[in-house]
Design a protein. Structure first.
Length: 135
């Protein structure tokens, strides 16, 4: 009986696809508020969303999760494909235009937030913007 229970537990764990939650955070270290517009890839967005364009306001001297979505996978850095779930990403600031390349992986810090055995893994990509990143 003990072997059957152990076997059933092993089958249960081996049959589940691992999942990961991807969080994209922007930290605003400027003196101005920003608006961030994004569109998720078609397969990622919720079908109940009325509009595919999302706009979030990021206050001065604060940070915010701008995009969060889950997918099948594990907690790992995707390298140059880190933005694969995001179709469009635009950062706007009242005084100046963005000169930093937000699509370059080197400008984002990667961190594993959680490795879950019984829950989904969580990872974070964080972009920090300062006054020097705007013209």
């Amino acid at each position: 009986m003990k072997r059957i229970i152990t076997l059933l537990i092993l089958i249960l764990f081996s049959s589940c696809d691992p999942g990961v939650v991807n969080k994209f955070v922007v930290e605003n270290k400027t003196e101005s508020d920003m608006k961030i517009e994004y569109i998720l890839e078609y397969g990622i967005k919720n079908t109940s969303d009325e509009d595919s364009i999302k706009i979030v306001e990021l206050k001065s001297k604060s940070d915010l999760i701008i995009v969060e979505y889950d997918e099948i996978g594990t907690a790992r850095d995707k390298g140059i494909d880190f933005l694969e779930g995001i179709d469009t990403l635009i950062v706007k600031k009242e005084n100046g235009s963005l000169s930093k390349n937000i699509f370059d992986r080197k400008n984002w810090k990667f961190k594993v937030l959680k490795n879950g055995l019984f829950s989904m893994d969580e990872v974070e990509y964080k972009l920090t913007l300062t006054e020097n990143d705007f013209e």
